[in-house]
Design a binder for this molecule. Structure first.
Ligand code: AGP
Length: 372
């Protein structure tokens, strides 16, 4: 009913709007007054965490995209090797695991069969398994050695939105906690990231208040034969996520690419007017990355692409390459997916609605996939 949807047309829009609060709830009680990460409920001792020599992140779909972002953060902060893998592929390639491997499984529902089977395989190999989950008491956290609940609240729409952002926050907390316990990051370095994380709910509120242009753009793009998404670094999983949302909800062809891969094949897809959504990294800190994406944008534009550019506020020069510019609040590179994903969620939702589809219940899909 309309009341259940809190006045929104779809659960998906309600859940998108809930994201600032959901993130605040994920952070709640996980930070000490001194800005340190406290994950007491994760029943792994500091010694367990010091013994870890390798991390695997395993998940499906949108949760896998959160895992891809986690890889960048965990390797950067902890200097531990971290591999990310689709749950449905993991156990079939005989992965190398032992008791010093930390396996992080990510699942909103906690019931995804592919992820559960991967977790069982990891446990058979004696790895320690930590679940990131949104559903209390579900099977995946019950079978794991430890769990970090995201506390995002129930997600009803089939398309995952607030679960994704809260999974990212949980991954950041785990990465920072590991770095802190293992002595790789100083307390003040951890505290600096934490205080940026604490600001993201406000930044997101600001972003969500200003999505009218994205809605208008959705109406323009609703008949496009395909939409491509490009990004680099953590912008690459964001591109994949933007494309997945569009496929799942709008039943349109969409594909995400690592921007640097375009010239190795996919650039021949670009035709006059092909919409290409470009996720631009922050010019601060990693300016090289940003400039590389900008040259990829010029390449697609030179071949006729219509560019939809997602960039940070204050990136003054990128507008010259954008047919449509969407700006998001400034955020450190690793945390940027918390901002850049949101316009893509709205774009997919609005295109699907404009095409007359049931946004909350797309055809052929179930909220939790309990078969392999
Ligand atoms: C996301 O929009 C999808 N509906 C889907 O990819 C989902 O993320 C995937 O099935 C994993 O589900 P889980 O997080 O409940 O394990």
């Amino acid at each position: 009913s309309a009341a259940e949807k809190g006045g929104y047309d779809y659960f998906m829009l309600k859940e998108i709007a809930e994201q600032p609060q959901a993130i605040a709830d994920t952070l709640l009680g996980r930070l000490s007054e001194r800005g340190e990460i406290v994950l007491d409920e994760v029943r792994l001792t500091d010694q367990d965490l010091r013994d870890v020599d390798k991390v695997f992140v395993i998940a499906c779909g949108t949760s896998y995209h959160a895992g891809m972002v986690a890889k960048y953060a965990i390797e950067h902060w902890t200097r531990l090797p971290c591999e990310v893998e689709l749950a449905s592929e993991f156990r079939y390639r005989d992965p190398i695991l032992d008791r010093s491997t930390l396996v992080i499984v990510i699942s909103q529902s906690g019931e995804t069969m592919d992820t559960l089977m991967a977790l069982r395989h990891a446990k058979e190999q004696k790895a320690r398994v930590l679940a990131i989950c949104n559903t209390n008491g579900s099977t995946i956290p019950r079978e794991s050695d430890a769990v970090l609940y995201t506390h995002g609240g129930p997600e009803i729409a089939v398309a995952s939105t607030k679960a994704f952002l809260t999974q990212l926050v949980a991954c950041y907390l785990i990465g920072l906690h590991l770095a802190q316990v293992r002595g790789v990051m100083y307390a003040d370095e951890v505290a600096a990231v934490v205080s940026r994380l604490q600001r993201t709910p406000d930044d997101l509120r600001e972003l969500l208040a200003d999505m009218e242009d994205v809605r208008a753009l959705a109406r323009e793009l609703k008949a496009a034969p395909t939409i491509l998404f490009i990004g680099r670094h953590v912008g690459f999983p964001v591109a994949l996520e933007g494309a997945l949302k569009l496929k799942e909800l709008a039943y349109m062809h969409a594909e995400g690419f690592a921007a640097g891969e375009l010239k190795h094949g996919p650039i021949s897809l670009i035709d006059d007017g092909t919409p290409v959504v470009c996720v631009v990294p922050s010019p601060a800190g990693r300016g090289v990355l940003r400039d590389k994406v900008v040259s990829n944008i010029q390449e697609v534009r030179a071949r006729g692409a219509r560019t939809i550019v997602i960039a940070e506020e204050g990136d003054d020069t990128v507008g010259a390459y954008a047919d449509h510019l969407i700006t998001v609040p400034r955020t450190p590179t690793l945390l940027a997916p918390l901002m850049t994903t949101v316009p893509l969620q709205i774009l997919a939702c609005e295109i699907a609605a404009a095409r007359g589809h049931d946004v909350d219940q797309p055809r052929n899909l179930a909220k939790s996939v309990t078969v392999e």
